[in-house]
Design a protein around this ligand. Structure first.
Ligand code: ADP
Ligand code: MG
Length: 406
């Protein structure tokens, strides 16, 4: 498939804005002060644009290939539409927790977004040792809102079917299926670890119960079309604002970058968050800050409580309360926790042995990185071995604490 469309450049952004009234309303394309390429992502091009009156917006364009690797890895630019539509759907449910979409350009795959430059990416804040309290609970509430609001529990049956059809995202789902579930066990040559961690990666690949767990994880990911999930809800997909001081609540939390969105299992988003809290804990411990490591793992409890409370509250008045009654809601919550442990295990392992790493671990010097990576891997294996037995969040914490706290 060939994709011919004009890419955004510093030279054509002004005329792009003046040609689109929805954009020109928010910023004067004829009087721009600054255009900055700010993309730190692997996939897309992202520009921050500001006019002389100080108004600004973000333009994010998908290229027909993976930006990180270049034209050798083609990828549908239509992923930008998945991002736009999922942000709009999620924003309709939880406007305060989702970045605002100003416009989506279907011809050039350009997403115009509100500028969140007064926020920072949560992963960066975490890696700098900041504490934005309350973010984890808000994200639990976000996952619950999406779980109910985009599913048959909170939307009309026909609408859900239409949304699910529009949200098919096989090309990006396959990336997750390969990188997150299959390749940590069956390396096709893309995995990398430090020499000190080679034995740990080999032990993971030889762990039959881990492989069994990954088969269950992958199957659920591919077949459980519950809700329009975010699909890539790590701490780099969340922006936070606030002092970052211990004890200070964040005053704003915004989810963004949802191009992997599709109808999938709700627990996948929770598991992604849990895994990323585990990386933050492993980093803190490696840097000798046990208190912070415990704080990072407590984010699991906070996200879980935020999710369970909001989900059970929604169950009181969702579409069908005869069969889908309070007992049903409690069963869904219990199953979601088990599956979240399973997905967390997958996400933890893939970021250690797989091709795509996380800065939390990668920016540790090798002498600290190797033991931190080992701790995450053994924690992942322990979670995967016991996920079917998890019946409360403290069961999950017991497993993680044993490997990630002193
Ligand atoms: P990719 O899909 O390529 O990973 P992202 O959506 O993650 O792109 O954006 C890359 C980076 O651009 C983010 O990590 C963040 O620093 C910045 N960014 C993205 N959206 C916004 C926004 N609305 N406001 C401010 N900065 C943003
Ligand atoms: Mg990104």
């Amino acid at each position: 498939m060939s994709h011919e469309y004009e890419f955004l450049t510093e030279a054509n952004i002004a005329s792009y804005i003046t040609a689109h009234p929805e954009l020109q309303q928010r910023i004067d394309g004829a009087d721009l002060a600054e255009i900055r390429e700010i993309g730190d992502g692997n996939l897309n091009v992202v520009f921050h644009v500001r006019d002389r009156a100080g108004r600004s917006l973000i333009l994010k364009q998908s290229l027909p290939y993976v930006r990180m690797t270049g034209e050798g890895w083609p990828m549908t630019p239509d992923r930008a539409r998945r991002e736009a539509e999922s942000l709009v759907a999620h924003g309709a449910i939880l406007p305060e927790l989702v970045v605002e979409v100003i416009k989506y350009d279907t011809e050039r795959y350009i997403l115009a977004l509100e500028d969140l430059s007064d926020h920072r990416v949560w992963r960066g804040a975490l890696n700098d040792g900041e504490y934005h309290e309350g973010v984890a609970a808000q994200l639990g509430r976000y996952v619950a809102g999406v779980a109910v609001g985009t599913s048959v529990l909170g939307s009309e049956r026909g609408e859900v079917a239409d949304m699910a059809a529009r949200s098919q995202n096989a090309e990006l789902c396959v990336i997750t299926e390969d990188l997150v579930f299959t390749e940590p066990v069956f390396d096709i040559g893309r995995n990398t670890v430090l020499p000190e961690n080679e034995a740990d990666a080999a032990a993971l690949a030889a762990d039959l119960s881990f492989a069994t767990a990954m088969s269950e994880a992958k199957w659920r990911f591919m077949t459980h079309a519950e809700s329009l999930i975010h699909g890539d809800l790590h701490t780099g997909s969340v922006m936070v604002r606030g002092s970052g001081q211990r004890g200070d609540d964040a005053d704003s939390v915004k989810v963004f970058d949802s191009e992997f969105a599709f109808y999938g299992p709700v627990a996948f988003d929770l598991g992604a968050l849990f895994a990323n809290y585990a990386f933050a804990a492993a980093r803190a411990r490696a840097l000798g800050d046990e208190q912070r490591a415990a704080w990072a793992l407590s984010l699991i409890d906070q996200t879980w409580a935020g999710f369970a409370e909001a989900y059970l509250a929604a169950a009181e008045s969702w579409h069908e309360t005869r069969l889908f009654d309070a007992a049903f809601a409690r069963r869904r919550v219990a199953e979601t926790l088990r599956e979240a442990s399973l997905f967390a295990a997958a996400k933890m392992a893939r970021r250690i042995v797989g091709a795509a790493k996380v800065a939390d671990i990668q920016t540790l010097e090798p002498s600290l990185r190797a033991p931190a990576a080992r701790a995450v891997l053994t924690a992942a294996r322990a979670l995967a071995a016991g996920w079917t037995e998890v019946s409360s969040v403290s069961d999950m914490r017991t497993v993680l604490d044993a490997h990630l706290l002193a």
